[in-house]
Design a binder for this molecule. Structure first.
Ligand code: FAD
Length: 440
């Protein structure tokens, strides 16, 4: 008897994860990828000895599913656990935070007045109260809390100082999201996920999907244009340099960004289609510098309060993330900017963007122009889901609409919050549904 073949559309983390599980279950995945590389938004580019992560940049310490998968596929020694120092500037001065002790660090920091520190205990209480619901299983339990923005919650329950230098800054810093529009559940999720350690991957973020797909057939530069589900199977139509081809499969996992998924699969269940067509993603124009020397900074990342630097949300000092990112003695900085700024600069020439960003870094790093050896500007149409108040209900409806018996299953990073870990979890779940269907 021949092994059932399953099409997987998209070679990002979700698609790679799904393909790995399908193969492990004895099925035969064939992966279609429109781009010319594996990884999607977990993208790694190498230049002059530097290893640039131009999509996903770091892994929060709660991303244990990703850690477990990395260990399972033999990447345990590449998967690093780090205890970083972070920084938030106030009045132009960087205030360091020992993230191995986050609560103690924030409470003892000069970032906040004594009054604010007392108020912050209230916020800790709210996070602790919700913490068991802040996972992939309990979206329904978040609905009653998903009624206001981070700004509204902060100004109602806390104060302006905490909003400016903590809740708003963390929301901007972690998701490039505008805290006056982001749901408070996004802040709670972020706070819960700020554990005393973070994870990082030697070899770059793309090494995870690349390893997952070792030994699996992947057709790069191949654009899927239609997926059709029938009673006995699925037909997939794709276009590549050989022209247009339609092939039959037993089943299919669509693991593209949300809108392309609805386009290539018009039969998608209404509840799922509505969600994927309703949600919005931020765009990103992120900038990366390979430097001739390490900046004299101990912090692995800076989260920028809007008041201190309106356009930059986060700076990552990648050479502190993993020892292979820059050649010995050299440094690397990645800069992420607020989503509206990125929208406005999406079509701006690289050299103009680079100049602008270097000027914005000056108050914190001095003039880095003379030490820049390599630079990159990366543009993403889909960066992270904009989680607005009310999204939890939509996510819940989306989850309820999933038909576990369908031959076409959807995976991606669109619920509850965009991350590598979400893509891992979603890819695994989609594959499990297909395996159960085909093995039934
Ligand atoms: C700038 C930036 C920074 C980020 N930082 C972090 C971070 O620090 N930590 C973190 O955990 N997450 C981060 N993320 C989010 C994380 O990268 C994503 O959530 C995750 O990688 C999404 O994986 P995915 O497989 O769902 O989607 P994608 O990686 O987008 O994969 C979808 C794939 O489908 C392909 N595709 C689309 N249409 C078709 C088609 N018709 N036919 C064939 N192929 C198709 C695309 O080319 C793409 O490769 C960041 C994202 C960005 C952009």
């Amino acid at each position: 008897m021949s092994v059932p073949t399953v099409a997987v559309v998209g070679a990002g983390v979700a698609g790679a994860m799904a393909a790995y599980r399908l193969k492990a279950a004895g099925l035969k995945p064939l992966v279609f990828e429109a781009g010319d590389y594996i990884g999607g938004r977990a993208r790694t580019l190498r230049k002059s000895g530097f290893i640039f992560d131009t999509g996903a940049v770091g892994l929060l310490g709660s991303y244990n599913r990703t850690r477990d998968v990395a260990r399972e596929i033999g990447m345990g020694s590449q998967f690093l656990t780090i205890k970083p120092v972070g920084a938030i500037p106030r009045d132009g001065v960087l205030r360091y935070l020992d993230m191995a002790r986050p609560i103690r660090s924030f409470l003892s920091s000069e970032l906040f007045s004594v009054r604010s520190k007392f108020k912050m205990l209230k916020m800790v209480r709210d996070v602790v109260k919700l913490r068991n619901n802040l996972d992939y299983e309990q979206i329904d339990a978040l609905i009653p809390h998903d009624v206001e923005s981070v700004e509204e919650y902060s100004l109602r329950e806390l104060n302006e100082e905490i909003y400016e230098y903590l809740t708003g800054t963390l929301t901007r810093g972690a998701w490039l999201a505008a805290a006056d529009q982001a749901s408070v559940i996004q802040f709670f999720w972020t706070a819960k996920n700020f554990t005393p350690h973070m994870y990082s991957l030697m070899g770059g973020m793309s090494s995870l999907p690349e390893t997952l797909l070792k030994g699996t057939e992947v057709l790069l530069n191949t654009h899927v244009v239609d997926v059709h589900e029938g009673k006995q199977g699925v037909s997939v139509t794709y276009v590549n340099q050989s022209g247009e081809t339609t092939r039959p499969f037993e089943a299919c996992v669509i693991a593209t960004e949300p809108k392309p998924a609805t386009k290539i699969f018009p039969q998608m269940i209404e509840g799922q289609k509505t969600y994927l067509n309703t949600i919005e993603y931020s765009r990103s124009v992120n900038v990366h510098f390979g430097l001739s020397a390490k900046p004299d900074h101990p912090e692995m990342y800076i989260m920028m309060p809007k008041r201190e630097c309106p356009d930059i949300t986060t700076v990552f000092l990648d050479h502190l993330k993993a020892p292979d990112r820059a050649p010995p003695g050299k440094g690397m900085i990645s800069v992420f900017l607020r989503s509206d700024w990125c929208d406005e600069r999406f079509d701006t020439e690289d050299n103009v963007v680079l100049k602008e960003v270097i000027a914005k870094l000056r108050p914190f790093f001095g003039d880095i122009s003379s030490s820049v050896e390599e630079s990159m500007v990366q543009r993403w149409d889909y960066c992270a889901l904009k989680v607005k108040p009310g999204n939890a209900r939509l996510m819940s409806e989306y989850n309820r609409a999933i038909d576990p018996q369908a031959r076409v299953q959807i995976a991606g990073d669109f619920a509850p919050f965009s991350s590598v870990n979400t893509a891992v979890v979603s890819g695994e779940r989609a594959a499990k549904r297909v395996v159960e269907k085909l093995h039934a």
